[in-house]
Design a protein around this ligand. Structure first.
Ligand code: AMP
Ligand code: FE
Ligand code: FE
Ligand code: ZN
Length: 287
């Protein structure tokens, strides 16, 4: 079984529409793919409706959190999308992302970059608005050559001249919200130091105490050293370790199935969830 538990569609900052994402997942030889758009379940229905035979869809989301001034991403799987406490927080994050993108546009304009909110909104196309959409608008204007070129101190990288923060959750609270909605929580790319977001073991320990189920160990941004450290920490804290691509379509080089999760880990996550079940084509809700 080939299982990839982290992928983005146009429902957030990926470039594949949900229908294409599931087709690409099947083409990549995956048996299971999780759709984990930033702060939204917006792509689930479309992905489920277009699900190729033999592919299982795990509905999920990647939740924006912050701890000690650093961005923390929490993967949430198989939660009840209608549970109000968690749904309200996802809505709140998404609306604040609009305010924040507008402010980044204003700052860029003050810096002489003629981006418009209208264009950024068009690029986001109704999905969760993120910095990659602002970056794409900058590429169109020839201000930067590629997305990483915009994620710098010069522009919209963390602490960049046009960077604006967004409403984000305390990660312990986020784990509680996911669990309260019947879902399972896995900490995304905890040691992705290339993005300046390597998390202290103390944070992971606190999240484990709150009911975190696992940590993403095999991730394209993790070095061999980071993976080894995480493997031993996971063992110590009784967390499962996942592997996933964090596919974003054309806006990143990560390929679907580039990293994968073991079947026993997948089964353990499914068994721990009560909010929703994986989806298979033709048959509606199969465990
Ligand atoms: P936001 O959630 O709006 O702050 O944007 C963060 C998103 O931008 C991440 O989920 C990545 O998809 C993307 N991203 C972050 N850093 C980079 C980078 N250096 N190069 C390309 N994409 C990035
Ligand atoms: Fe992203
Ligand atoms: Fe992430
Ligand atoms: Zn992601």
């Amino acid at each position: 079984m080939r299982i990839d538990l982290h992928a983005h569609s146009t429902a957030s900052d990926g470039t594949d529409p949900p229908e294409e994402l599931v087709r690409h997942a099947a083409d990549a030889g995956l048996d299971v793919v999780a759709l984990t758009d930033h702060d939204t379940v917006g792509g689930h229905t479309r992905a489920a409706a277009a699900l190729p035979d033999e592919l299982t869809l795990v509905p999920g989301a990647e939740i924006s959190c912050r701890h000690d001034g650093r961005s923390v991403h929490l993967l949430a799987y198989l939660f009840d999308p209608d549970e109000p406490a968690f749904a309200t927080e996802r809505d709140r994050i998404r609306s604040d992302r609009v305010r924040r993108a507008r402010e980044m546009v204003d700052r860029l304009r003050e810096l002489g970059v003629p981006v418009t909110w209208e264009r950024v909104a068009e690029l986001a196309d109704g999905g969760t608005v993120g910095r990659p959409h602002v970056a794409r608008a900058m590429i169109e204007l020839g201000v930067v050559d590629d997305i990483p070129g915009a994620f710098t101190e010069r522009w919209i990288g963390h602490a960049g001249r046009a960077y604006v923060g967004k409403y984000s959750l305390d990660p312990v609270h986020a784990v509680e919200l996911v669990r309260g909605a019947g879902g399972v929580a896995v900490l995304a790319h905890p040691k992705a130091s290339s993005r300046g977001a390597s998390h202290a073991d103390e944070l992971i320990e606190a999240l484990a105490g709150a009911g975190l189920a696992g940590v993403e160990i095999d991730h394209p941004d993790h070095t061999d050293d980071a993976r080894a450290q995480l493997r031993s920490l996971a063992r110590e804290l009784d967390l499962v370790g996942t592997g996933s691509s964090d596919y974003h379509g054309e806006s990143k080089h990560n390929r679907l199935g580039q990293e994968t999760t073991g079947p026993e880990v997948y089964e353990a996550l499914v068994a721990a969830a009560t909010g929703a079940a994986p989806v298979r084509s033709g048959r509606s809700r199969v465990r």
